[in-house]
Every structure is written in C-alpha cells, then in structure tokens.
Design a protein around this ligand. Structure first.
Ligand SMILES: Cc1cc2nc3c(=O)[nH]c(=O)nc-3n(C[C@H](O)[C@H](O)[C@H](O)COP(=O)(O)OP(=O)(O)OC[C@H]3O[C@@H](n4cnc5c(N)ncnc54)[C@H](O)[C@@H]3O)c2cc1C
Length: 437
C-alpha cells in the first residue's frame, strides 16, 4: 500500500522550544499550476538550507511541506550542533579512498562551522553558541574509542581534546562518566528558532514556501519534473526530496533506505540559579557514546533537557519519558525532585552504514537523508551539497558520494528487529557500566 505522510497537526508538538521560538511565518498552501527552477519537498534544515543556497545563486525555488516548516525533527531536536559522522576520519579514508574520504571528513568536520557562519550571515536569532560539546564515555573501553578519535582529529588540526574523569565531572556536574572528548567546533542552538529563521532567510532570498502541502506524486513530465499536491502542481527542472525520517512512499524504495526510530526528550522547569551552577556548569551540550545513547544540555532559560533513543513506534510511550526523568535524577542527584515541564519526541533516520546519503535516482531528482541523529549540522550542510549539485557541480566537485537507492534487507520486519536490537544493546550497555539504562 502506498502511504503519503499526513501529520495529524501542522504544528510541531509542544516542547521546550515551542514556548520561546519566534512565531511561524505564514505559509499558504500550494494552489494552482506553478513553475520553478527547483521544487523542494520538506521544510526542515535539509530542504530550507538547499532552498536558501539555491535562491542566493539566483534560482527560482518553491518549497512544500505536508505540515508547517520545522514540524519534523528540525523543530524538535536537542539543538546540539555536532560536527563529524559516526565514522572517524581514518575510517572514511579507508572505506572511500584517501581523496573522497578526505573530502567527506572535511565536509562533515566543517559542518558545525558552516551552521554558525550561516546563522551569523543571515542574523538568525536562535541562541546559537559555539562553545564546544562533550562526547562522554561511560566506561574505560569507551575512553579508548574517544582517545583514538581525538588523535585522528588532532592530526588533522581540529580543536578536539580528551578529558579525564575529573575534568568531565567538573564540566558536566555528573560523576557518571569516566572520560570525555571536548570538541570546540561544536555548540548548541534553539532548534525551532533556527529552522524558522532559515525559513525567513529563504523567503527573504525569494523562495516561496508552502506549508500544509503534502506532495503526493513526483513524476517526470515533458523533459521536466512535475510535483503534485492536493490543490496544485509545480513543474520544475530539478526536484529535491528532503523528507528524512518522515520519508513516505513518494519515491519508490526510498522509505526502505532508512529506519525511522523515535528519539525522546524531557525538560525541567527553568532550574533555580543555585542549582543551575551545579548542573552542566561548563554550559556544554553532552551526548554519551553508549550504544543507546543519552544526550542532555541546559537550554538558554536554564531548563535541563534529557534525551534518549526509543523504539520505532510513534506512541509517545509514557514509560520511556519516565525512564529519562529517572536517568536525569541519577545523573544529577543535586537536582533534588525537579519539576518536569515538557515531554516530546520525534523521528531520527538511521542508515545501514551510519552515513548520510545523497541519491540521484533520475537526472535532476536529488535526495539527501539519513543523518543518524546528527542532522543539525549535517542536514544543513547536505542542503548546500544538494544545491551545488542542482546547480551543476559534478560528483567529484561535490566531494560527497552520490549513491543509488538501496533498500535495507528485512525492512518490513524493522519493528520487531529494532525492538530486539534496542533491548540487546541496552543489556550490553548495562553489562559495561552496571548502570540501569
Ligand atoms: C528528538 C530528537 C532529538 C535530536 N537531537 C539532535 C541533536 O541534538 N543534534 C543533531 O545534530 N541532531 C539531532 N536530531 C536529528 C536532527 O533533528 C535531524 O537529523 C534533522 O532535523 C533532519 O532534518 P531534515 O530537514 O532532513 O528533516 P525534518 O526536519 O524531519 O523534515 C522533513 C520534513 O519533510 C516533510 N515531509 C515528509 N513527507 C512529505 C511529503 N510527502 N510532502 C511534503 N512534506 C513531506 C515533513 O513534514 C517534515 O517537515 C534529533 C532528532 C530528534 C527527533
């Protein structure tokens, strides 16, 4: 059965971000038959960054989203701006060869700088701070992984350093980690304000944005592409699909190239000043490197946000939120009994090789997706790659592999398979840390 993404509401769920982001700009739905140089499906970081970079170079662009801009992961994430990929630079050079591998770590390693520069250039008000990020190790073998990572990045000139147990505890306010990596290229921002700011910048550059416009068909038509919504069409020379973990059956096989899993977050009320000094006193966002990770930070109003990975369903299981609140209490006993103010979740898109993918299944049809939970920086950067390709950059000039659509085997069984994997990995994490997860 063919399914097209149909959000129950066009607005993102209530979260720590919705209470403070700049208002959404008004976007009417697409009506009538229109023409453009490029039609973009999906108004998150990928689609809006692609649209903005295209419009800045003179292209006429129309963006459509089934909901409002930022409804997807871009408006709900943890706001941790993290450079790099799951693969370290040596792995990339080994897998893709020295030249492509080098370009890939340069592109992904520079992705956080790219975001902060874009924000500065377009004066996007989103509480962005490039003050570093900590990748935390829950046990000694994880410290070994971080040591090798630090070594690889430092050889390539990146401002990355290893932290010992005491320094991690000083910077994070928790004694649950035995070491860490501080990456000074990284930082944090208000994710919903960022995506709405990108939408505003794109519109100022001439992009037409239409919310509440689910695209139901993409077809080749008289030497161009035609994109269809309930009330209109766009005929364009190029089409960009930027639907990531919300990818539906719009393009054959694409949905099966990613496994969408839920990521959950909880947030306290703004913490009292005295406690705020004891929790994450360094002000860094933190993600750990458990197999099923936890990530946390303070937001600019002093809320503690705690996030973690859940299974595939969209149910918003209350037990998973409670588990995160219990983890926060264990990591930060100095919180006492905090008042929890928000619970929300969204989907991240996992790929089989843990890498973001750029596909081109037909001439002028471009797709970027699969950020494996690290898309604040990389989806923005992917948008620029898609724009460059749409404007004629060759794959060699791009520096990122253009791969064919390869559905993941057993995708139809992803529900039970991923639930088993989740429990198995949590058990392994428990064995290594003896901490409940
Ligand atoms: C809870 C959570 C926490 C996260 N934390 C972090 C973090 O701290 N740091 C980090 O780097 N990454 C994080 N991520 C991942 C990051 O948010 C994503 O990788 C990134 O936002 C992906 O952006 P995108 O534009 O590709 O997709 P999205 O923002 O998900 O946008 C896709 C859009 O496509 C639209 N769409 C789908 N199908 C159609 C259709 N047929 N027609 C029209 N529109 C369609 C959807 O409505 C949606 O708006 C997190 C994700 C979640 C869910």
């Amino acid at each position: 059965m063919t399914t097209i993404h149909a959000p129950a509401s066009p607005d993102p769920p209530t979260s720590a971000w919705t209470v403070a982001a700049e208002p959404l700009l008004a976007t009417g739905s697409l009506e009538g038959d229109r023409r453009a140089d490029v039609a973009v499906v999906g108004a998150g970081y990928t689609g809006l960054s692609a649209a903005l970079h295209l419009a800045e170079r003179g292209a006429d662009v129309i963006v459509m989203d089934a909901a409002e801009p930022g409804w997807g992961a871009s408006g709900r994430n943890g706001g941790q701006v993290i450079p790099g990929l799951k693969d370290d630079p040596d792995d990339l050079e080994r897998k893709f060869g020295p030249e492509t591998g080098r370009r890939m770590w340069q592109i992904s390693g520079g992705a956080a700088d790219f975001v902060f520069e874009l924000i500065a250039r377009h004066k996007i008000s989103c509480q962005a701070q490039q003050s570093g990020w900590i990748s935390a190790a829950p046990n000694a073998s994880a410290v070994g992984v971080l040591r090798a990572r630090v070594d690889q990045w430092r050889r390539r000139g990146a401002p990355v350093e290893l932290l010992d147990r005491q320094r991690v505890a000083e910077l994070t306010g928790t004694t649950c980690y035995v070491g860490g990596l501080l990456d000074r290229r990284a930082g944090a921002l208000q994710p919903l304000a960022y995506v709405r700011g990108l939408a505003r910048a794109a519109r100022q550059a001439g992009v037409a944005i239409h919310g509440r416009s689910a695209v139901t068909k993409v077809e080749s038509h008289a030497g161009a592409w035609r994109v269809t919504t309930a009330a209109g069409t766009v005929t364009a020379g190029k089409v960009i699909l930027a639907t990531n973990a919300y990818t539906d059956d719009l393009w054959p096989g694409l949905r099966r190239t990613v496994v969408p899993v839920q990521s959950y977050q909880v947030a306290t009320r703004p913490l009292p000043e005295g406690i705020r000094r004891l929790v994450l006193p360094g002000g860094h966002p933190v993600s750990d490197i458990r197999r099923i990770l936890f990530y946390f930070r303070l937001d600019p109003d002093g809320r503690l946000l705690m996030g973690g990975r859940g299974p595939l369903n969209d149910a918003g299981d209350p037990a998973l939120f409670s588990r995160l609140e219990a983890v926060a209490a264990r990591f930060f006993p100095q919180l006492g009994a905090p008042q929890w103010e928000h619970r929300w979740s969204g989907r991240v898109a996992l790929t089989a090789d843990h890498l973001p993918h750029l596909h081109e299944p037909g001439p002028g049809l471009l797709i970027g997706l699969g950020y494996n939970g690290r898309g604040v920086a990389m989806a923005t950067r992917m948008g620029k790659l898609l724009a460059d390709r749409a404007l004629g950059a060759s794959p060699a000039e791009l520096g990122w592999p253009v791969t064919s659509i390869a559905p993941i085997p057993l995708h139809a069984w992803r529900g039970p398979v991923m639930t088993l994997v989740l429990h198995w990995k949590r058990f392994q994490d428990w064995l290594e840390t003896k901490q409940p997860a």
